[in-house]
Write a protein that binds this ligand. Sequence first.
Ligand code: ZN
Length: 247
Amino acid sequence: METTHQVLSLSYTVVRKNKKNISIKIDEKGKVIINAPYHISYKSIEEVVKNKMPWILKNVNIVKERMGNVKFRDTKQGKKILWLGKHLKLERYIVDTRKWYIKIFKNNFVIYGSKTLLEDEESIRDVIYKFYREKAKLIFKHKVDVYSKKLNVCPRNITVRCQKTLWGSCYSNGNINLNCRLLMAPIQIIEYIIVHELCHLVYMNHSKDYWKLVECEIPDYVNRREWLKNNGYMLVFPMRFKGGIYI
Ligand SMILES: [Zn+2]
């Protein structure tokens, strides 16, 4: 059961659950959700919300600020697009060709293509997505080769995926998945994730020995891991608009 409430200027949703304690959650859009056991009264819930108000407001602001920071929301001319840690200016040029191509000059990310393609937001998104996937295969492969030699490991297969949350994964059969969204991050971050996954071919865990091995290749891995934790939300493709919602 879900109900909406208001205290001062803050509105929040109470979701009744079969649980022992009240917990507060702020979703990715900044909505405040209170999960509460059935037996606790709305009055008591309101008390908890009031007591936690500074914490709630602080975190709602963080989420809203983050939403505002995400520049790569649509594909309009002159918008910014993240490429290897840099915000490039997105430009479109109509050319008399059936096949599209993309070139990166200094601070510009230029899409060349037919008029029909460049006027369609959906096609532009697909083209950008394909470009990142293609480049990810090349750039990741090169880095995997370099670090595999250094670590003396032999990954079996590298697959490029575009997942929402997972940056990379490694399986005991030697297969490694890497997220093509990483191409929006600085190259040092890509290197960290690749080393992270390759080290799992030696240790299939996050033990002390495992982190020691990561540290041998990436002495400042803690900073890089933090960077991804704090900035990962910015590394997103333009959203698709389907059935009235962005997905
Ligand atoms: Zn890991």
